[in-house]
Write a protein that binds this ligand. Structure first.
Ligand code: AGP
Length: 367
C-alpha cells in the first residue's frame, strides 16, 4: 500500500509522532505485563551459555547498540564489545566460543553490517539480529530474529526505528539477565513496569514540540553545536549530533560530558550552543558539574531535563526543555524525542530537504 504523510509536513515528523504507538506495539511482542515478565519471540533459545556479546551496527542503529551495552553489562553482567560495522569487519576481532554477535539495523540491508554478520558467522558466533524489515537479508540470515515493529520508515533520518530498537534491546538485556540468574522476579517485574511506561512518557515528551520549535529558532543560526550526556545518555548525545548534521547540515558533535575537559572545551564560546541531556538520576550531579564548566567559559546551554533537574540547574541556561520524569532505564527512549524534534525544527527553519537530505541514502548498500 502507498504510504503517505497523513497530516504531517514531512515523513520524519509523522514518524516521530508514531513513536508512542510503535514502541507500544514492539513492546507487546516482548513483554508479558500481567506476569511481570519479558518474553522474547524466540522462546526456544537458552541464553544461559552466552559468555560475551559483540554488538555491531552503523549510524543510529550503532548508537542504539551503545545504549544496550550499558544495559547488558548492568543487568546481565556480560562483557560487551561494540564496534561500527565498517571497522569490525576489517580488524580481525577475537571470536570466542559462546559469543553472541548482535547486529542492529533498520533496513536489514546495510552492506557493512551484513558483511560483518557473515564474518561473525564464519567465526562461529551465534547471530542475533534486531531488524525492522522482516523480509530483509539480515532477517533471513539470523539465528535469532528480534524484530522491531516500527513499520516502514521513509525519512532518511532514523527516528521511530531507533526507539523501537531500544525497546527490544532493553527486553533482551532483561532476558539475558534472567537466563544468567542475575535478575530476581521482582527486578524483572520492575523492568517490565518501567518499559510499559515508555509509550505514555514519549507522548508526554511530544507535547513539548512547540517549545522545542522555539529553541530550534535559537540554535538554527549556529555554525557548530555540541551535545553532552553521560552513561546511557551519552550515545543519545551522539545521536542528537548525527540527526542535526544529517538534516540541517550544521556541524555538530556529541561528547561524553566528562570528556569535555580533555579537549573539546576549547571550542566553547558564546557562539556554540551546547545541548545537555541530563535526566534526574545517578549521573545528574556529575553532568551538572560538566555543564557548569561549559557555562563558566561563556557557553550557551540548552538543558534537557525533567522538572526537578531544571529547577535545580536551569537558571543560567539559554533555554530549557522539560521532559517527563522517568526511570533512568527508559530515559534514552524518552529523551530521543526532543533530540529528534530539535533537529527536525532546525532543518525546517533552514529550509533543507528534511526527508531526503543531500548525499544520503536511506539504506547504504555499498561497503
Ligand atoms: C540515521 O539517521 C541514518 N540515516 C543512518 O545513520 C542509519 O542509521 C545507518 O545507515 C544504519 O542503517 P540501518 O539501521 O538500516 O542498518
Amino acid at each position: 500500500a502507498q504510504i503517505d504523510k497523513g497530516n504531517h509536513r514531512h515523513f520524519m515528523l509523522k514518524e516521530i509522532y508514531e513513536q508512542p504507538i510503535v514502541v507500544a506495539q514492539t513492546l507487546r511482542s516482548y513483554l508479558r505485563p500481567l506476569d511481570g515478565q519479558v518474553a522474547l519471540p524466540i522462546p526456544d533459545f537458552d541464553f544461559a551459555d552466552i559468555r560475551r556479546v559483540t554488538v555491531v551496527a552503523c549510524g543510529t542503529s550503532y548508537y542504539a547498540g551503545m545504549v544496550a551495552k550499558y544495559w547488558f553489562e548492568r543487568f546481565a553482567r556480560l562483557p560487551v564489545e561494540i564496534d561500527v560495522a565498517s571497522e569490525y569487519r576489517y580488524r580481525d576481532p577475537v571470536m570466542e566460543e559462546g559469543g553472541l554477535a548482535l547486529f542492529i539495523s533498520q533496513s536489514g540491508e546495510t552492506a557493512d553490517t551484513l558483511a560483518a554478520l557473515r564474518h561473525a558467522r564464519a567465526g562461529g558466533q551465534k547471530i542475533a539480529v534486531v531488524v525492522n524489515v522482516p523480509t530483509s537479508t539480515m532477517a533471513r540470515e539470523a539465528d535469532l530474529l528480534l524484530p522491531t515493529h516500527a513499520g516502514p520508515e521513509i525519512g532518511v533520518a532514523s527516528t521511530k526505528a531507533f526507539t523501537c530498537q531500544l525497546a527490544v534491546l532493553a527486553a533482551l538485556a532483561a532476558n539475558l539477565a534472567r537466563a544468567r540468574g542475575k535478575l530476581s522476579p521482582k527486578e524483572e517485574r520492575e523492568i517490565v513496569r518501567h518499559l510499559e511506561e515508555a509509550p505514555a512518557a514519549i507522548n508526554a515528551a511530544l507535547a513539548y514540540d512547540e517549545a522545542i520549535a522555539v529553541v530550534a529558532g535559537q540554535i538554527a543560526g549556529a555554525r557548530d553545536v555540541l551535545y553532552l550526556g553521560r552513561g546511557p545518555d551519552y550515545p543519545l548525545a551522539l545521536e542528537g549530533a548525527l540527526k542535526l548534521k544529517e538534516i540541517s547540515y550544521i556541524h555538530a558533535e556529541g561528547y561524553a560530558a566528562g570528556e569535555m575537559k580533555h579537549g573539546p572545551i576549547a571550542l566553547i564560546d558564546d557562539h556554540v550552543p551546547v545541548i545537555v541531556l541530563a535526566p534526574s538520576g545517578p549521573l545528574f550531579e556529575k553532568t551538572m558539574s560538566n555543564m557548569q564548566e561549559v557555562q563558566a567559559r561563556g557557553g550557551k546551554v540548552v538543558l534537557i531535563s525533567d522538572y526537578d533537574g531544571i529547577q535545580a540547574a536551569g537558571e543560567d541556561c539559554l533555554a530549557t526543555i522539560t521532559m517527563p520524569k522517568v526511570h533512568p532505564l527508559i530515559a534514552p527512549i524518552v529523551y530521543a524525542i526532543p533530540v529528534q524534534l530539535l533537529a527536525y525544527h532546525v532543518a525546517v527553519l533552514k529550509g533543507t530537504d528534511v526527508d531526503q537530505p543531500r548525499n544520503l541514502a536511506k539504506s547504504v548498500t555499498v561497503e
